[in-house]
Design a protein around this ligand. Structure first.
Ligand code: ATP
Length: 428
C-alpha cells in the first residue's frame, strides 16, 4: 500500500476538503497549500491540543503571539543572515537545483538522466524570504519574513519576565507561521515555503544546561504527546544530529522522526540552543538573590503541517468495505455526525435537527441526510468522524437513537437525554 499511499492521501485531502494546492485557480504557487474546511478544523485541533499540553496544563510556561515581520537586526543578531543557509547544487545538464545534503533526491535525479551528469560545486543559499515595507518606493526598507518563530520569544524575553511572575526554569510557547525559500519544496505539505510551527523555548540555569537533564525531559514530553494522540509508536523514533548537520545555534539536536511513505522524516526538533540567542540579543536574567546570568535554552520546535500530514497518514486505513481515518477523537474534525434515517420524513428530520442543534453548542457536528445510511457511514469514516447518530422510527417512540462507533462499526442505543454525557465520556 505504501507505494501509492501518498497519492491516496493527497487525493483524499483534495476530494474531502482537507488540503488544496495554494492559489490553484491561477496555476498554483509552488510550496504553498490551503487548508479546506476539514483541514482547518484538524489544524485547529492539533494547535489546541499542543497549547493545552504545553501551556494550560503547566504552571511554568506562558504563551506569546509575536509579529511575523521583525526588525531586520533580529536576523542579523540571531545569525540567520549569515548562516540560515542550505547547500545548493545545480545539475549542469538541465539546470534543476537541489539541496546538496539531500543525497536521496540527488540520486533520484541522476537516475532520470541517461548519461552521467555533473553538478556545480555547492553554494550557500539563504532561506530567508525578503519583503519590502514602506509606501515610498525608494524609501522602502527590506525586511524578512520570519524563518523560524523562535526569535519572537527571545526578543520578548525581558517583556515576559517583567510583566509576569515567571521564574527560571520557565518556558515561552508560541504557535505561528514561518517562511522559508526552500530549494526543493515537496512531498505534499512536508516541505513547504509557508508553514506553521509550534515551539517552546524553555529557559534554564546555565549550570543545568551542559547536562542532559532538561534536554531528555523535553524529548520525552514531546514524544509522549504524539503517542498520546494515537501515532503508532513503532512509526516514531529519535534521531541524533551529526556534528556537521546541526544548525548554527544548536549545541545538541535530536529530531523526532516519523516513518512516512517517503522514508523516516523529521517533524520536530529538540535543540539545546545554549545561551546563543539571549547573549546575541544582549539579554540576561537576575534571580531572587540578585545574581545576573544568561539563561540557556532547550527548544522544542515542531511543524503543525508536518504533524497534520503524519497524523493523517498514520490514521489512514483501508478495510474490506471502507476507507477509515482512525484519527484520535480529540483531533477528528467532526466529533459526531447526525442523520435522520429518511430525509423525507418530517418527524425524523425534526428530531434529528433538535439533537444536532443541541450538541452543536459543545462540539463540531456534521449533518447528513443524503443517500442511504451505509453511504453516510462510509463518508464519515473517510473523514474520521468517531461517532454517527441515527434517528429512526424507534427514536420517536422511546427517545433513543443508535450511536455507531467508527473504529468497531458497532452500534448501541443511547437515550437522547444522555447523549451529551455519553460523548463527554467517549471523546475524552
Ligand atoms: P528540514 O531539514 O527537513 O528542512 P529543519 O531541520 O530545517 O527541517 P527546523 O529548522 O528544525 O527544520 O524546523 C523545526 C520544524 O519546523 C521542523 O521539524 C518541521 O516540522 C518544521 N519545518 C521546517 N521547515 C519546514 C518546511 N519547509 N515545511 C514544513 N515544515 C517545516
Amino acid at each position: 500500500m505504501n507505494d501509492n499511499l501518498m497519492d491516496k492521501i493527497v487525493s483524499l485531502c483534495k476530494r474531502r476538503g482537507f488540503i488544496y494546492p495554494g492559489s490553484e485557480i491561477y496555476g498554483g504557487l509552488t510550496g504553498t497549500w490551503d487548508y479546506g474546511p476539514l483541514g482547518a478544523l484538524l489544524k485547529r485541533n492539533i494547535k489546541e491540543e499542543w497549547w493545552k499540553y504545553t501551556v494550560q496544563l503547566r504552571s511554568d510556561v506562558v504563551g506569546v503571539d509575536a509579529a511575523i515581520m521583525m526588525n531586520p537586526t533580529v536576523w542579523e543578531k540571531s545569525g540567520h543572515l549569515a548562516a540560515f543557509t542550505d547547500p545548493l547544487v545545480e545539475c549542469k545538464k538541465c539546470h534543476q537545483r537541489f539541496r546538496a545534503d539531500k543525497q536521496d533526491e540527488i540520486k533520484e535525479h541522476e537516475k532520470g538522466h541517461k548519461e552521467k551528469i555533473e553538478w556545480t560545486t555547492p553554494q550557500k543559499f539563504n532561506l530567508l524570504v525578503k519583503a519590502y515595507l514602506g509606501i515610498i518606493e525608494d524609501e522602502q526598507s527590506e525586511i524578512f519574513l520570519r524563518g523560524e518563530i523562535t526569535q519572537g520569544a527571545f526578543v520578548n524575553f525581558e517583556n515576559v519576565v517583567s510583566s509576569t511572575r515567571v521564574k527560571i526554569p520557565f518556558g515561552i510557547a508560541q504557535i505561528g507561521k514561518a517562511f522559508r525559500n526552500e530549494i526543493t519544496p515537496g512531498n505534499f505539505t512536508f516541505r513547504s515555503r509557508e508553514f506553521e510551527q509550534m515551539e517552546l523555548e524553555y529557559f534554564i540555569k546555565p549550570e543545568e544546561g551542559e547536562g542532559n537533564k532538561w534536554f531528555e525531559y523535553w524529548k520525552e514530553q514531546r514524544m509522549s504527546w504524539y503517542a498520546s494522540l494515537g501515532i503508532k509508536k513503532e512509526k516514531l523514533r529519535f534521531r541524533k544530529h551529526r556534528d556537521d548537520e546541526r544548525a548554527h545555534y544548536a549545541r545538541m539536536a535530536e529530531d523526532i522522526e516519523y516513518e512516512a511513505p517517503f522514508g523516516w522524516s523529521e517533524f520536530e526538533g529538540i535543540h539545546n540552543r545554549g545561551d546563543w540567542d539571549l547573549s546575541r540579543h544582549n539579554l540576561s536574567y537576575i534571580d531572587d538573590e540578585g545574581k545576573k546570568f544568561t539563561p540557556w535554552v532547550i527548544e522544542t520546535s515542531g511543524g503543525i503541517d508536518r504533524a497534520l500530514l503524519f497524523f493523517l497518514i498514520d490514521a489512514y486505513q483501508e478495510e474490506e468495505k471502507r476507507v477509515v481515518l482512525k484519527l484520535h477523537p480529540k483531533l477528528a474534525p467532526y466529533k459526531v455526525a447526525v442523520f435522520p434515517l429518511l430525509a423525507n420524513k418530517e418527524n425524523l428530520v425534526k428530531e434529528a435537527k433538535a439533537i444536532y442543534e443541541g450538541l452543536k453548542k459543545d462540539m463540531m457536528i456534521a449533518w447528513d441526510d443524503r443517500g442511504n445510511i451505509g453511504k453516510r457511514y462510509f463518508s464519515q469514516d473517510e473523514i474520521g468522524t468517531p461517532f454517527c447518530i441515527t434517528v429512526d422510527f424507534q427514536s420517536l417512540e422511546d427517545k433513543t437513537v443508535t450511536v455507531r462507533d467508527r473504529d468497531t462499526a458497532k452500534q448501541e442505543r443511547v437515550e437522547i437525554r444522555k447523549l451529551r454525557e455519553y460523548f463527554e465520556e467517549k471523546l475524552k
